[in-house]
Design a protein around this ligand. Structure first.
Ligand SMILES: Cc1cc2nc3c(=O)[nH]c(=O)nc-3n(C[C@H](O)[C@H](O)[C@H](O)COP(=O)(O)O)c2cc1C
Length: 209
């Protein structure tokens, strides 16, 4: 009975008809996850845009869910809340069906490495692994500058680009850890403007058909 109610809540959450473009925000365990509330509130300013969040467990350390006005999905929802029997919905598949665009902001070194090698051991990486590659997937790396300059980083970023994913490059600045250099997540305004470009592209192609 509880499983039925949970499935019904999910269907309700993912079925708003007023949303004309659906953005799924992935958030990972970088200190830049502090900016999740701002990313979400800026996206919600865009007309017709619906937003949901998929978080890793480590990302939860960096933001207060009370500051985020949309549903945040995490591993618990996939494993403990939703799926109990064969007929129940599988959350990572429902979310990839729901979303028109996935933006992972921030993408930390750990999840970058996992995505580059196809690992899917949590809700976010399962959404990515199941992603419909005809839809945009944007990623915003964010890590300490020493991590950024490790030779594996550029290999993994290139791999993601080979998959067709779009990098929103990190920037140089004084990082929260005190180091200075490349590795900071792109400014939120940059991320929002790239998302807007993809919304416009989708509008233009739907007007043509
Ligand atoms: C305070 C703190 C800040 C961190 N910031 C970053 C970061 O900016 N980028 C990064 O790649 N890892 C960072 N890490 C390490 C990640 O949180 C760690 O690799 C974690 O396993 C990531 O898990 P996830 O990818 O599942 O979210 C940080 C760790 C701590 C404790």
């Amino acid at each position: 009975m509880q499983a039925d109610e949970n499935a019904s809540c999910l269907q309700t959450d993912l079925s708003s008809s007023s949303e004309t473009f659906r953005v799924l925000v992935g958030v990972t365990g970088s200190v830049a996850a502090l900016k999740l509330p701002l990313v979400v509130s800026e996206l919600l300013q865009l007309p017709g845009v619906g937003v949901r969040v998929v978080t890793t467990e480590h990302a939860k350390h960096f933001y207060d869910p009370a500051d985020v006005s949309v549903k945040i999905y995490s591993d618990k929802d996939e494993w403990e809340v939703l799926w109990t029997q064969r007929s129940d919905p599988v959350l990572h598949i429902e979310l990839r069906r729901w979303a028109d665009l996935l933006v992972i902001a921030p993408l930390d070194a750990n999840t970058l490495g996992k995505i580059a090698s196809g690992i899917c051991d949590n809700l976010l990486t399962c959404v990515v692994r199941a992603w419909d590659t005809s839809r945009p997937l944007l990623f915003c790396p964010a890590m300490n500058t020493a991590m950024w300059h490790h030779p594996i980083t550029s290999q993994q970023v290139s791999r993601l680009k080979e998959f067709g994913y779009v990098e929103i490059p990190c920037i140089s600045k004084k990082l929260v850890c005190g180091d200075e250099g490349k590795g900071a997540m792109a400014e939120v305004s940059t991320i929002i403007s790239v998302v807007k470009q993809y919304i416009q592209k989708t509008d233009e192609s739907s007007q043509k058909t």
